[in-house]
Structure formats: structure tokens, C-alpha cells
Write a protein that binds this ligand. Structure first.
Ligand code: ADP
Ligand code: MG
Ligand code: MG
Length: 908
């Protein structure tokens, strides 16, 4: 038998089920599952993703057997639904719907009402007794088919010719909405639509239902490769090879009158996680109306129960059953035809980080899932925890803005968070401004958004729309991006031509400041200052844990994560942020960058740099010792006995003193000459000596300490004196001294000897011994390759993956911005290697380093302290590679804790 390309569903049974997402796509798999579980699903069939892959590779040819299988499956729909495709007595109409393995909202195409032509429309009238309905459906079909399948293009004014015709018809008829148009007006519109096709495409609109169906199937497969779908996949790391499935399904009608409706609902709130059925619906409409933002839909939680009590109860009940079955919040699409509920889709809903935490937490409380399942990365993507730490508007400042009359209007709170910034009205303008100034704060304000706006939405801090509901494109996408978002702020008058947004008596121009509160839906003119999130306030001791449910849920999730994870999590921190790191749960410091401490004592370090002799250098260095000691003592005390890895001086000296400094600060040369007891010319000469063509590969890291051992000695002495002082003050202390940029074993030995000597001297003098270790950063490929011999002396390793990535790839992090965006765009690299570890390259070197190090020293403690330590994918890799800890910036610690748990759970 030929391979199965087509899977049917409907009438309480199905060929496939929910486990078959790879083959049937998410939509197809869940339609099959729902049919099997006895939910009311219009019959249909799914053509597999394999067919899509074959079709795109083979010049749009279908694999053998597809045609026959489609025809057979169509026969089955006809049988189940008791109607016949193309019949002029009892016609079956079909929808043709895209559906990939992972949902890509609005990125691909769907065509409704397939099978309508002059003959079947007459039959539909007879059968339904509703002429208006039949012509409304036909109008929709010709429009969608013309757009999606025939590719009718916009005119010179960039207007959609179909929309122009519709607008004009409504205007001529003096009505606001499509459903108010009469039969004759609809007939006229259909013939005008067909004329557009004829004119643009030089052919008649297809009448043959089978031709229509195959056209639609091909268009859906083609839509996998449309520009916006490709951009979307790149952003969310969805492989281009997956392909989409195509679902062909019997139509049910929400546009048959006032006892009909179509809608999209969530079983809980996807923005903040509050339980309860909610969403959007429209009476007497078809599916595309709800998401398109043409009419602002009604809210399920407000009026559906009143409008359609029976249907509401049934939908609510179906939602509960689906949630119990899938054990997760569901996003459902439905149609009510003459009071009867039909399910058209269900899937695990997209949600914000806020909602993700609440829903996972609540489902555990409700006994639906256990804590391990709650941590599943599909439920709480570790990165999304970030949202719980984002600032919120300062209560007092918001009140002030309210009192000052800055509150413009209120819309639907679709994405929590506070965003202030300049109004920008188009995605292109947003992108252009962000390219010019990456730090610019923008709020994208639009009537509604569409997939074309994706790039602009990405660079905006917040999104505000005048139309559309909680399931509109804007709401869905911003939820996924974790942006503050308000939709359906209907009072906003947006004028794209004049670039203004008005409401009441206020008019804002593009570039004016606006503030949106995504928690409450409030829109303000002007900038409102923000304050830390509730979680931050509790961690900082400014709010009580019992006053913040958000904090309590966050803390529960974190405690579950800590139960499961194997990796320790440390922070890269040196001063004030160390206390914050501990509050976030840091189990130590993985990287204290001593040079950060130097920036407060530039005079002294510059004197050291200018020193001509070892004695002069010693004198300058001695002045730095007390400062360093004080900083270290503070750090040790904050960490209270947790390990603290201190890296010795790392950056090239010209970061402290260069021509730029001399230029920017007139008189600096004179001042330094005096401090160092040299001439102004000496200062300039020394500065030009320090200049390097390639500082990243120049005189830095341990190379400084090898040439200037006084510096290493001073730093080590400061570390151990601080340790002694901390110990004597009654606190535990565990210093780990880290030598940077080692490539040769001899470099390490050279520096370790200086450190150990200093330790010995300090301990002898104080009469106290403090346990400590000396280790190294592995950040040069040679160090990874020679890890076995380096580990003879080094007592720990820490992968400095920033430099290791630079040196392995030969790509400078300071310069890669000029080509990396194109590299990403062209899929030359799968991800930004400075954000996510390049596993095949850098990761391979890490594995060599780990193996080498542990071959010499079985229990060698190994960590990572590059930026990657807070990247969930990289954390997973570190777990699998057998690291002991990851170290990241304080704010990413919760993310790393969760990612570490997710890695441990995934590894079983
Ligand atoms: P998307 O993936 O963009 O949501 P869908 O394939 O789900 O596209 O179709 C969008 C909407 O079209 C659905 O939510 C539903 O309202 C409507 N629709 C699709 N198929 C049918 C059908 N067989 N009968 C009635 N409405 C349908
Ligand atoms: Mg859908
Ligand atoms: Mg480095």
C-alpha cells in the first residue's frame, strides 16, 4: 500500500491523535484528538507535513497517492456530513487550513467556504432558506481565495482592491458593517471581485470545486515559505524543514443569523493567568472576522452567557474538559451554528511569563499536574521569568499622571508590564529608529497589527492598538514576546497620514511620549516613571512576601526548581549587585571582575600604568591595596561563606588610560604627569605605547600579571587580607582566585606561585590559615586543548565563554554587529553565538577541556562565567556536559535556576 499521506477525522473517530503533531501539525493532531474524545468537530482530513516537504522540494509536485487519498477522504467527509462537495442540491463546503507542528499564529493561510460557485450558491440558498447568508459566504470565499490562492495584489495606492470595493459598497449603502449589506449589494460585490481577478490575473475566477480545493491546498503548502512565516520561524527557532500540514474540513457557519457566532477563547487568562473562560466572539460572523480586527469583538466573559446561555454553558464545559484532558490552559476556536457548538481548534495557549507562572502554580494546587511537570519548559520557558522582574509604573507617579489629566483612555490589558516611550505608528519607522539608536524606547501605536508588523513589534517596548480583542494578532504576539500590550482602545483615533493619535481633546504626534500600563489597560500621555516589580520589591525588602501573590507564586516555582536542579547557580557580581544576587538565590560568586573596582580609583591605577620602574610601580600599586581589600571584605561579608571567585586583572591597560581619555579630559596629561612624577611628554609616549592594534588579543589577562607581578601580588594580598579580616569579624569565607586568559600551563604556574606566596605571607603574619583555591579561566582554545596539564596546578576551571567564543570563532564580539544580523537572516548561523553557546564548536572545545581537566583531577570543580551562563539553552548544555555550576548576571539567576531544573528533569 502507498504511504499514508491523508488522515481523516470526524464523527467521533480519527486516524490520528494528539501525539502525531510532527506529521499532522498541531491543529490536525488536536482536531483528531478532539474527534476521538467525542467533542463536536466538523469532519475533515489532514494532509501530512511530509507532503509539504516533498511538495516544496519537488517543484510543487505531490507525492504519489496523495490525489487518490484526498478523494477518498473527501468521500468520507461527505458521508459523515451528509452533503456532497460541488452538489447543486446539497452542497458541502470546505475550509482549507494550515497548521504546523508549532503554532505560528496568523503566519500562514486559511481559505473558508470552498466549493461555492454560481450553482452551489443557489443550492445553498434553497437549502438554508437564507439568501443573504449564502451570498455573504460567497463574497467571503471569492475574497479569501482571490487573496490567498490567486494572489490578487494591492493597487498603486497600496490599497487592497477587495477592501476598496467593500468600503465603497458600505458607504453607498450607508451602513457600517458587512452584515448589514443586502443580498443585491452582496451580489454586486461578488461580481466586482471577480472582475478584479479577471483584470489582474487574466482569467476567470475558478468555478470548479475540485479545482478550487486543489488551489487552496497548494496555497496553504506554499504559505509555509512566505516571508513572514520564514521571519517568524527564525525568531522562534522553528526549523524550516518541518513543513506545514493542510487541514481540509467541512464548513460550519457562524454567519447564519443571530443564533450563530464565531469566537476564540481561553480557559484561563493568557495575560495574567486568572482562572475562567474568556475571549472574543462575534454574533453572525465567520472566523476571520474575530482575528482580523474589522469589528471589535464582544468579550466572552462579559456577554456570551447573556447572548447565548446554552452555548456558553456548553463551551465552558468543553473548555474544562479539554483542560483536564490536556492538563494545560487551552486556546480554543469555535463556531456556534443555529445554537449548536462546533469545535474548530484547541491548543495549549500562549501565555505571558506572568500567566505561565500562575497557571503552572495553580494547576499543581488544583492537583492536575505535579511540581516536576509544572517546570516543563513548554509551560514556563525559563527566559519568560524575566517578565516578573520587569519594572512597573510607580504608584505615586501614576496617580500624579491621573490627577494631571494625562489618562487618555483604557483598552484591554493584553500583555502585563509598563512601557513608556515615543509614539511610533508604523513597524518600518520603529525598525528604522531602533536601528539608529538601539536604546530608544518606542511604543508602537496602530489601529491593529498584522504579521507584517512583526519586526516593528520586536523593537518596541510596548504595543497599543485601537481595534481587536484579547485574541487579536497584537495581543497574541506581544504575549509571546513578553511585551506590555493594550488592545482595543477604541477611543483612539489614529491618523496614519497625519501621523497623529487623538483621543478626547488630546492629540499626540509621532515622537511624542506615551505610557501604557499593560496590567490595567490604561493609556497615558507623557512618560511615567517606573518602579521595580513586586518580586523585586519583596526581594529588596520593600514589600512583604505575604502582600504579593505574584511573589509567592514565583517563590514556589523557584523552590520546586531548586529541588530538581543539579547545577549550582552563581552570580557574576562584584559590588552592590552582590547582595541582589544573593537575594535572587546565588550560591556564590562565579566571577568578580576586579577591574570594575578599579574604575573608582583611576588616579592610582594610572599612576601604576605610568610607572617607569618596578619600584615606582610597587608604590602606585600599594596605594590600591587598601581599596581592593575593602571591596573584597565587603563582598566576602555579603556572601557569608559562599564561594567567591575573584578574577585577577584582565583588561588591557589602555582601558584605563588611552588617547581618548586624554582628549576627552583636557589637563589630564598634566595632572597625571604630576602624580607620577614624569613629564607630559612621558605621559603621551606611554599612552601611545599602550595603544594596541588588536587589544582583545593583546597585553591583557595573565599576560599583565606575568610582566607586572606586583599587580598580581597586590591583588592576591588584598584578597587574603580581606579574607582574614572577614574571618576575624566572625564570618565564614571561601576565596577562589582565578587567573584569566591562560593558554600555557607555565603561565598558570607563574601566576599561581605569586598568589600562593602572597597567601602564605598574609597567613603567617596574621597567624590564621584560610582555605582557598587557585584556578583558571578556560577562554583560549589552547587552554581547552591542554586542560590536562593545566589541571595539574589549577584547582578549578571556569569557562569564560565570551572570550572562548571570540577566540574559537575568530569573531570579535565588539565588531560582529556589522554582519551578524545578516548571518542570522541568511541562516548562516542558527543563533547568536554570543547569546547561545555554539555547541558544535565552542561546546566541543569545552568538552575537551572538561575531559582533559578531569583526567588529571577527578573532582575538578568546573563552572561557566560567560554571558551564556544565563541562557537557558546554554544552561542545558552545561548540565549535560557535567559542569558543577553556571554563573550569570544577578537578574538572570532565577532563569538559570529554572533552566538548570529543566535540564535535570529532561535528563531524567
Ligand atoms: P489560524 O491558524 O490563522 O487560526 P484557522 O485555520 O484556525 O487559521 O482558521 C481561522 C478561523 O477560520 C477559525 O478560527 C474558524 O473560525 C474559521 N474556520 C476554519 N475552518 C472552519 C470551518 N470548517 N468551519 C467554520 N469556520 C472555520
Ligand atoms: Mg486558528
Ligand atoms: Mg575573558
Amino acid at each position: 500500500m502507498a504511504q499514508q499521506h491523508v488522515y481523516t477525522f470526524g464523527g467521533q473517530s480519527a486516524d490520528g491523535d494528539r501525539t502525531m503533531k510532527n506529521t499532522l501539525g498541531g491543529k490536525g493532531a488536536n482536531l483528531a484528538e478532539m474527534a476521538k474524545q467525542g467533542f463536536p468537530v466538523p469532519a475533515g482530513f489532514t494532509i501530512t507535513t511530509d507532503v509539504c516537504v516533498h511538495y516544496s522540494k519537488n517543484d510543487r509536485q505531490y507525492p504519489e497517492g496523495v490525489k487518490e487519498q484526498v478523494e477518498a477522504a473527501l468521500g468520507k467527509i461527505e458521508e459523515t456530513m451528509g452533503a456532497k462537495f460541488g452538489s447543486d442540491e446539497n452542497p458541502l463546503l470546505l475550509s482549507c487550513r494550515s497548521g504546523a507542528r508549532e503554532s505560528m499564529p496568523g503566519m500562514m493561510d486559511t481559505v473558508l467556504n470552498i466549493g461555492l460557485n454560481e450553482k452551489t450558491v443557489a443550492a445553498l440558498i434553497k437549502q438554508s432558506g437564507d439568501e443573504r447568508f449564502a451570498w455573504d459566504s460567497y463574497r467571503r470565499f471569492v475574497q479569501m481565495y482571490g487573496d490567498v490562492v490567486l494572489g490578487v495584489e494591492r493597487d498603486e495606492q497600496n490599497e487592497d482592491p477587495f477592501e476598496t470595493i467593500l468600503d465603497k459598497a458600505r458607504e453607498d449603502a450607508g451602513v457600517e458593517y458587512d452584515y448589514e449589506l443586502t443580498v443585491d449589494q452582496l451580489k454586486d460585490i461578488v461580481s466586482k471581485f471577480k472582475a478584479v481577478v479577471k483584470e489582474q490575473k487574466g482569467r476567470d475566477f475558478p468555478e470548479d470545486p475540485m479545482e478550487q480545493l486543489w488551489g487552496a491546498i497548494g496555497a496553504v503548502f506554499d504559505s509555509w515559505d512566505n516571508d513572514r512565516a520564514v521571519v517568524y520561524r527564525r525568531q522562534y527557532g522553528i526549523p524550516h524543514e518541518w513543513g506545514t500540514a493542510t487541514n481540509v474540513q467541512a464548513m460550519v457557519f457562524g454567519n447564519l443569523g443571530d443564533d450563530c457566532a464565531t469566537g476564540v477563547g481561553l480557559t484561563r487568562n493568557g495575560a495574567d493567568g486568572t482562572p475562567g473562560f474568556n475571549g472574543d466572539y462575534l454574533i453572525n460572523a465567520q472566523g476571520e472576522d474575530v482575528v482580523a480586527g474589522i469589528r471589535t469583538p464582544k468579550r466572552i466573559e462579559e456577554t456570551l452567557e447573556k447572548d447565548m446561555p446554552e452555548a456558553y454553558r456548553e463551551l465552558n464545559d468543553i473548555g474544562k474538559r479539554l483542560e483536564a484532558h490536556y492538563k494545560d490552559i487551552q486556546d480554543i476556536e469555535f463556531t456556534v451554528q443555529k445554537g449548536k457548538v462546533w469545535m474548530l481548534q484547541t491548543r495549549n495557549a500562549k501565555r505571558t511569563g506572568f500567566a505561565a507562572v500562575r497557571i503552572a502554580h495553580d494547576l499543581v494546587e488544583e492537583g492536575v499536574i505535579d511540581s516536576k511537570e509544572a517546570l516543563n519548559p513548554r509551560r514556563i520557558p525559563a527566559d519568560d521569568l524575566n517578565q516578573l522582574l520587569q519594572p512597573i509604573f510607580n504608584t505615586a507617579d501614576k496617580k500624579k499622571a491621573q490627577d494631571a489629566g494625562q489618562l487618555l483612555t483604557t483598552g484591554i490589558n493584553a500583555g502585563p508590564g509598563a512601557a513608556s516611550g515615543k509614539v511610533v505608528l508604523t513597524a518600518e519607522a520603529a525598525e528604522a529608529q531602533a536601528n539608529k539608536d538601539p536604546d530608544v524606547s518606542l511604543v508602537l501605536v496602530r489601529k491593529e497589527t498584522s504579521p507584517e508588523d512583526l519586526r516593528g513589534m520586536r523593537v518596541a517596548k510596548g504595543i497599543l492598538t485601537a481595534q481587536g480583542g484579547a485574541s487579536s494578532h497584537a495581543a497574541l504576539v506581544s504575549r509571546q514576546m513578553g511585551k506590555a500590550c493594550i488592545v482595543g482602545a477604541q477611543e483612539l483615533q489614529i491618523n496614519y497620514a497625519q501621523k497623529t493619535v487623538s483621543v478626547g481633546g488630546t492629540t499626540l504626534k509621532e515622537g511624542d511620549d506615551i505610557s501604557i500600563d499593560g496590567f490595567t489597560g490604561e493609556v497615558f500621555a507623557g512618560l511615567i516613571p517606573t518602579s521595580p516589580s513586586e518580586v523585586m520589591q519583596v526581594l529588596d525588602g520593600e514589600m512583604k512576601a505575604e502582600d504579593s501573590e505574584t511573589y509567592q507564586r514565583y517563590s514556589k516555582i523557584m523552590s520546586w526548581a531548586d529541588e530538581h536542579r543539579k547545577l549550582n547557580v552563581r552570580a557574576n557580581a562584584e559590588s552592590d549587585d552582590a547582595a541582589e544576587a544573593v537575594a535572587f538565590g546565588a550560591e556564590g560568586i562565579g566571577l568578580c571582575r576586579t577591574e570594575h573596582m578599579f574604575f573608582g580609583h583611576l588616579d592610582e591605577i594610572r599612576e601604576m600604568i605610568l610607572a617607569e620602574t618596578a619600584e615606582a610601580r610597587q608604590k602606585a600599586v600599594d596605594q590600591l591595596l587598601p581599596f581592593q581589600k575593602e571591596d573584597f571584605t565587603k563582598l566576602f561579608t555579603t556572601l557569608a561563606g559562599k564561594p567567591v571567585t575573584i578574577r585577577l586583572l584582565d583588561p588591557p591597560l589602555h582601558e584605563f588610560l588611552s588617547d581618548r581619555h586624554l582628549e576627552e579630559e583636557p589637563g589630564l596629561d598634566e595632572k597625571l604627569a604630576k602624580i607620577a612624577g614624569v613629564t607630559k611628554e612621558d605621559v603621551h609616549r606611554r599612552v601611545s605605547e599602550l595603544h594596541e592594534l588588536n587589544p582583545m588579543l593583546g597585553h591583557r589577562g595573565c599576560r599583565l600579571g606575568v610582566v607586572y607581578p606586583e599587580v598580581t601580588r597586590m591583588q592576591a594580598t588584598a584578597i587574603f587580607e580581606a579574607a582574614v579580616a572577614t574571618k576575624q569579624a566572625g564570618h565564614e569565607v571561601f576565596p577562589e582566585v582565578m587567573i584569566p586568559l591562560v593558554g600555557f600551563k607555565t603561565e598558570f604556574e607563574n601566576q599561581a606561585a605569586v598568589v600562593r606566596e602572597a597567601a602564605k605571607a598574609v597567613f603567617e603574619k596574621a597567624g590564621v590559615e584560610i582555605p582557598y583555591t587557585v584556578g583558571t579561566m578556560i577562554e583560549i582554545p589552547r587552554a581547552a586543548l591542554r586542560a590536562d596539564e593545566i589541571a595539574e596546578g589549577a584547582e578549578f576551571f571556569s569557562f569564560g565563554t565570551n572570550d572562548l567564543t571570540q577566540t574559537t570563532l575568530g569573531i570579535s564580539r565588539d565588531d560582529y554587529g556589522s554582519f551578524m544580523p545578516q548571518y542570522r537572516e541568511m541562516d548562516i548561523v542558527p543563533a547568536d553565538p554570543f547569546q547561545t553557546i555554539d555547541q558544535p564548536g565552542v561546546g566541543r572545545l569545552m568538552k575537551i577541556g572538561i575531559e582533559g581537566g578531569r583526567s588529571t583531577r577527578k573532582d575538578l570543580k568546573i563552572g561557566i562565567c560567560g554571558e551564556h551562563g544565563g541562557d537557558p539553552k546554554s544552561v542545558m548544555f552545561c548540565h549535560d556536559a557535567g559542569l558543577n555550576y553556571v554563573s550569570c548576571s544577578p537578574r538572570r539567576i532565577p532563569i538559570a535556576r529554572l533552566a538548570a531544573a529543566q535540564a535535570a528533569i529532561a535528563a531524567g
